[in-house]
Design a protein around this ligand. Structure first.
Ligand SMILES: Nc1ncnc2c1ncn2[C@@H]1O[C@H](COP(=O)(O)OP(=O)(O)O)[C@@H](O)[C@H]1O
Ligand SMILES: [Mg+2]
Length: 234
């Protein structure tokens, strides 16, 4: 059974089809979603997470239709989305932020998650004083609080230095090896590529490619749409 299965999913805003009849099956562990600005990547993630309703189509998570479920129900089923913009409680420590969140979400062992996300050393620091790179890690840690089976990551390395990005990709790689699935929207494809199994490419809301990362770089329509610039995405 596929972890995630989209069939003919569309979402319009006014007359603008942000996501246009997108279908794909996710059977591998890590799927990258790429495309230029405005391609519909964030809208697609929000549809999958239940934060937006599709205008049409079906979304299944582990075989179960979820497109009409409330976001918190979807979290309960084992799928969690992290945010591009990080907003912790600034006057609480890293550990307090995480404990608070873990209590809301349920299961996980806070110490374990601090370890997994490389936050153990800074657990006593105020979240408001953390550098951006560690804030992104805290966002990931919050996402892990309910021990999800599938993480939806919107630009997890956006705004990070090359070095910070490498570190975070290492963390994601470790999570992957522990069985966590991921749908990753990311402009900086080349930097997350080591953990990616399959790529979905969107252009103006439409799926123009779904396949392996090797196939991605060889596909003529992908080349035409994205690879004119220096990296996939833009
Ligand atoms: N809440 C919204 N209301 C109206 N239009 C939106 C909304 N969210 C996204 N759009 C439009 O949908 C299209 C896709 O946007 P988005 O999913 O944010 O693209 P991406 O994340 O790939 O940059 C864009 O044309 C954007 O202007
Ligand atoms: Mg976006």
């Amino acid at each position: 059974m596929s972890l995630l299965e989209l069939a003919d999913v569309s979402r319009s805003f006014g007359g603008n089809r942000a996501v246009d009849r997108v279908s794909f099956d996710m059977s591998d562990r890590v799927l990258a979603v790429v495309g230029p600005n405005g391609a519909g990547k964030t809208t697609l993630l929000n549809l999958i997470a239940g934060q937006l309703r599709p205008s049409r189509g079906s979304i299944r998570f582990r075989g179960r239709e979820i497109s009409r479920l409330a976001p918190w129900r979807i979290v309960g089923l084992g799928m969690v989305k992290t945010y591009q913009i990080v907003r912790p409680f600034r006057s609480l420590t890293v550990e307090e932020n995480l404990s608070l969140f873990a209590r809301l979400r349920g299961k996980a062992e806070v110490g374990e998650i601090l370890q997994e996300t490389g936050l153990r050393e800074v657990r006593g620091q105020l979240a408001g004083a953390l550098p951006f790179g560690l804030l992104k890690r805290l966002e990931l840690a919050k996402g892990l609080a309910s021990r999800p089976e599938l993480l939806l990551l919107d630009e997890p390395i956006g705004g990070l230095s090359r070095e910070e990005a490498q570190g975070l990709v290492g963390t994601l790689e470790a999570l992957k090896s522990h069985g966590v699935g991921m749908v990753v929207v990311e402009h900086r494809l080349s930097e997350i590529l080591p953990i990616v199994d399959r790529v979905v490419a969107l252009d103006q809301g439409r799926l123009i490619f779904h396949g392996t990362r090797e196939g991605f770089f060889e596909d003529p329509s992908v080349r035409a749409a994205y690879l004119g610039g220096r990296d996939a995405g833009g």
